[in-house]
Write a protein that binds this ligand. Structure first.
Ligand SMILES: [Zn+2]
Length: 215
């Protein structure tokens, strides 16, 4: 009897942990419900300021916003903030918040790459990449912004030939550093799981950058 109740309690706790992990939150900009880890969290400081909570775990009342410039602009209005945080607050400077959000997104992108590298889901370096392309293992390619023109054309032609999408991101130095290597012109993703994560991060970045003119 006691054993059963312990078992049930354990199951209940697991269930709670799972629901916390998958918790959905509402964006105060567009009211859409999304999983908390897909949203940006802002927290209220005791002084009545509003800060971007990169960890998602800062104390104080929090509110969630989509990684989307339209939602951010709507959400960071004093009236919206006061309503969401249930107290009058000082609205932060939009450009400062925007820069912080961009830094956070790049950090999350780098984390995704570094996790992928640790899990053996990334191929880099000319020869290993050529081999991975021949073996049809590359699902997605990151090309460095400062890659030499000839080399870039070669990588793009491999992508075209094998139907592999690519994106231009980071400098060679940044790309290499992120995956614990010397400078790298390109890095290929070979595992669907990490690719899904990368694409979600890239979509967030795109929604923040390309919508600038819609402000
Ligand atoms: Zn939204």
């Amino acid at each position: 009897m006691a054993e059963t109740s312990v078992g049930q309690q354990h199951q209940k706790e697991q269930g709670h942990a799972l629901s916390r992990h998958r918790a959905e939150r509402t964006c105060i900009g567009c009211r859409a419900q999304r999983e908390a880890h897909d949203l940006l969290r802002f927290a209220c400081t005791p002084q009545g300021g509003v800060i971007l909570d990169g960890s998602g775990r800062a104390s104080g009342r929090g509110m969630y916003v989509c990684c989307d410039i339209i939602c951010l602009r709507k959400a960071l209005k004093p009236a919206k903030l006061a309503l969401a945080l249930k107290r009058p607050v000082m609205a932060p400077d939009f450009d400062t918040v925007y820069q912080e959000v961009m830094r956070l997104l790049y950090k999350r992108l780098r984390t995704c790459l570094s996790l992928g590298q640790k899990a053996g889901a990334i191929v880099s370096g000319y020869v290993p990449l050529r081999q991975a392309f021949v073996q049809a293992r590359v699902l997605y390619l990151i090309l460095a912004e400062d890659i030499a023109t000839g080399r870039a054309e070669e990588y793009r032609s491999w992508c075209t030939q094998h139907g592999v999408p690519y994106v231009t991101l980071f400098t060679k130095e940044e790309l290499g550093h992120t995956i614990g290597k010397p400078s790298r012109s390109a890095a290929g993703f070979t595992a669907p799981h990490f690719l899904k994560l990368l694409l979600a991060r890239l979509t967030s970045l795109e929604r923040l950058q390309t919508a600038d003119h819609r402000a």
